[in-house]
Write a protein that binds this ligand. Structure first.
Ligand SMILES: [Zn+2]
Ligand SMILES: [Zn+2]
Length: 227
């Protein structure tokens, strides 16, 4: 079954089932992140972390359903089919989201929103895998809204979207691993050195005045917030 068939199948399902599928999808992603994270972080998670993680999963499910609803009603348009253009679409998504999240991230650090919202995520000075989901609800909705906004303004290829979403999870996990799994030699390679590595986001948790990017360090380098 390809993605096009799957989307058309979802259109025919009762709404309740669609919600359930999206909830299961988000929970499955969280389980995979925490299971892989187990190789790197063996310590326990607190009841507070689990509670926030569950709330973030519910919000991510609402964002997923909102995206589906916007597509169903023609507000979000996506292109189907596999061609080389999907790589361009992926690159555009990757860099545009990176820039939008950089701006959003700086905004929540430099305003009253830091204390009210983002400080929760920064309770972790040495981040652990679950911290990827330890987000204030306003923040989780904020990131979700940026994502949906981008989908509304440009018709991305559906496979580019799926690849981007997978890469997004990989970067999110990497940033909260607590260690750097990639050897120093590889990190210094051209192009690779501009990616947002585990060390890059870990350093943001250690020093909240630098490294606001997520997937790349290019915006931090450009706007002099790189460390
Ligand atoms: Zn973080
Ligand atoms: Zn931050």
């Amino acid at each position: 079954m390809n993605i096009e068939t799957l989307l058309n199948y979802l259109l025919q399902l009762p709404v309740g089932y669609v919600w359930l599928i999206f909830l299961l999808e988000n929970v499955l992603i969280t389980c995979v992140v925490l299971l892989i994270g187990r190789f790197y972080y063996k310590g326990p998670y607190t009841p507070k972390e689990w509670t926030i993680c569950i709330i973030t999963n519910i919000i991510n499910t609402i964002v997923t359903y909102a995206g589906f609803w916007l597509w169903k009603h023609g507000i979000v348009k996506i292109t189907m089919g596999v061609s080389w253009n999907l790589l361009l679409d992926f690159l555009l998504l990757f860099l545009a989201m990176d820039l939008l999240m950089y701006v959003f991230h700086i905004a929540i650090h430099k305003t009253f929103l830091y204390k009210a919202v983002h400080r929760l995520h920064h309770e972790a000075v040495d981040p652990k895998p679950i911290d990827l989901f330890v987000l204030h609800p306003v923040e989780a909705f904020g990131f979700g809204s940026l994502w949906l906004l981008l989908l509304v303004v440009y018709p991305f290829n559906v496979y580019a979207i799926v690849i981007y979403l997978m890469i997004n999870v990989i970067f999110g996990l990497a940033g909260h691993l607590g260690i750097e799994p990639i050897p120093e030699k590889i990190l210094r390679l051209p192009l690779i050195k501009y990616l947002g590595t585990s060390t890059f986001h870990h350093n943001h948790h250690q020093d909240i005045t630098h490294n606001f990017g997520f997937y790349t360090s290019i915006w931090d380098r450009l706007f002099k917030t790189y460390k």
